[in-house]
Ligand binder design. Structure first.
Ligand code: CAA
Length: 246
């Protein structure tokens, strides 16, 4: 396994932390971005105590300028980004007839706009070096839609459109681009769904429980592997069987 430089956006979150740890355990040097310095430093310290050494760089993925500055900072600290995991995401759940323009725009900018803002500054280097791994963390709800998530489902579906276009354009440069679509995983984001609503969702999962962040991270490590070089433009659904569309 060749050690690479990996950037995981939103690495301080539930799935993000599991991805950072898994990539580090595979031998990669891993960085994440942050908006809140205090929170990020506390996270970095906690990870260090658990045996993981992660780089952090300031930058809001929803904003092209700060995202580019964040990439340059990561490059300075660790070297060129070879593995990019577009994982940062937010929810602003509400039925569409109550949705404000801000609730729409914030979700589109953070979850989908980030794919442009973060990938654009790393793609030229990957093409020059003839190697790259890009993984979008989408969602089951980008595939099936979800009551109360017109903004989120639109952004998450858009992420896979981004994947399959980028995959075509960059295949001949040794760059693979894939999507992982997690179902309901036991993170703060999912635990924020009202309990009664959440229980009804869990009842629809054939495996019978929420997912574990490690179960998502495992698939990201798979796509990032050297040997996954012929897998590009794929979407891997990991959702306990809740949605089996193909
Ligand atoms: N299908 C049909 N009807 C539904 C429904 C569904 N799935 N969910 C709610 N409803 C109905 C309710 O039964 C209720 O009907 P009545 O008015 O007839 O009683 C009505 O919708 C409530 O509608 P409101 O507009 O008043 O909604 P609300 O303000 O109470 O809240 C909501 C609605 C915010 C969407 C809330 O139901 C909710 O949080 N749902 C969960 C959304 C969700 O799954 N979010 C995922 C977050 S985690 C994540 O995003 C990670 C990931 O990738 C999986």
């Amino acid at each position: 396994m060749t050690a690479r430089v990996a950037l995981v956006t939103g690495g301080t979150g539930g799935i993000g932390t599991a991805i950072c740890r898994h990539l580090a355990s595979l031998g990669h040097k891993v960085a994440t971005n942050y908006r809140d310095e205090g929170k990020a430093k506390a996270w970095q310290d906690a990870q260090k105590k658990a045996g993981f050494d992660f780089a952090i760089a300031k930058g809001d993925v929803a904003d092209a300028d700060t995202a580019e500055a964040m990439i340059r900072d990561v490059e300075k600290q660790l070297g060129p980004v070879e593995i990019l995991i577009n994982n940062a995401g937010i929810t602003r759940d509400t039925t569409f007839h109550k949705m404000s323009a801000m609730q729409w725009q914030d979700v589109i900018a953070t979850n989908l706009g980030s794919c442009f803002n973060v990938t654009r500054p790393v793609i030229d280097g990957m093409r020059e070096r003839k190697w790259g791994r890009i993984v979008q963390i989408s969602s089951i709800n980008g595939q099936k839609g979800q009551y109360g998530q017109a903004n989120y489902a639109a952004a998450k579906a858009g992420m896979h459109g981004f994947t399959i276009s980028l995959a075509q354009e960059n295949a001949k440069f040794g760059i693979t681009v894939n999507t992982v679509s997690p179902g309901y995983v036991g993170t703060d984001m999912v635990m924020a769904v009202p309990e009664e609503v959440r229980n009804k969702i869990v009842a629809q999962i054939p495996v019978g429980r929420l997912g574990d962040p490690d179960e998502i991270a495992f698939a990201v490590g798979f796509f990032a592997d050297d040997r996954a070089r012929w897998i590009t433009g794929a979407n891997l659904a990991i959702n306990g069987g809740q949605y089996m569309g193909w």
